[in-house]
Structures are given as structure tokens and as C-alpha cells.
Design a protein around this ligand. Structure first.
Ligand SMILES: Cc1cc2nc3c(=O)[nH]c(=O)nc-3n(C[C@H](O)[C@H](O)[C@H](O)COP(=O)(O)OP(=O)(O)OC[C@H]3O[C@@H](n4cnc5c(N)ncnc54)[C@H](O)[C@@H]3O)c2cc1C
Length: 52
């Protein structure tokens, strides 16, 4: 099921690895710039907390 859903989902996916200063600011900036687009921004960190 998940595979067939992924095939029809044409969203642009952006994955940022690392939620430090660089990753957090990158995610905030992209989320604001791509607000009206069909994009999904994900921020992943090996810790369970972020700077922002
Ligand atoms: C004690 C200290 C004080 C500082 N004070 C200042 C200051 O006053 N002013 C200043 O400008 N700079 C300061 N700095 C420097 C500043 O913190 C760094 O320059 C800045 O954090 C670098 O940003 P970054 O995004 O590259 O890395 P980081 O902020 O280190 O972020 C990297 C992130 O990636 C994550 N990560 C790493 N490996 C993985 C993995 N395999 N999978 C998932 N996530 C991962 C980490 O958990 C971390 O959250 C200080 C640094 C230290 C150590």
C-alpha cells in the first residue's frame, strides 16, 4: 500500500540531516520560501531535541 501511494505522490521532498544551527536555519528558510509550493521539508537529527 505504501509503495503505491508513494508512486502517485508527486510532492518534492527535501530531507535535511542534522538539526544544528545550519540545519535549523536551512529548514526555516526553505519552509518559508516553499510555503506555496507542493514541497515537504523534513529535518532529522540523531538527538530528540532541536535548537528552534
Ligand atoms: C561550547 C560552544 C560554544 C559556542 N558558542 C558560539 C557562539 O557564541 N557564537 C557562535 O557563532 N558560535 C558558537 N559556537 C560554534 C557553533 O555552535 C557552531 O559553529 C555551529 O553549531 C555549527 O553549526 P552546524 O549546523 O554546522 O553544526 P551543529 O550545530 O553542530 O549541528 C550538527 C547537528 O547534526 C546532528 N547530527 C550529527 N550527526 C548526525 C547523524 N549521523 N544523523 C543525524 N543527525 C546528526 C547533531 O546532533 C547536531 O544537531 C560554539 C560552539 C561550542 C561547542
Amino acid at each position: 500500500m505504501a509503495a503505491s501511494r508513494a508512486k502517485t505522490d508527486d510532492r518534492c521532498r527535501i530531507v535535511i540531516i542534522g538539526g544544528g544551527f545550519g540545519g535549523a536555519y536551512c529548514a526555516q528558510s526553505l519552509a518559508s520560501k516553499l510555503r506555496r509550493s507542493n514541497a515537504e521539508v523534513s529535518l532529522i537529527d540523531c538527538n530528540n531535541y532541536f535548537l528552534c
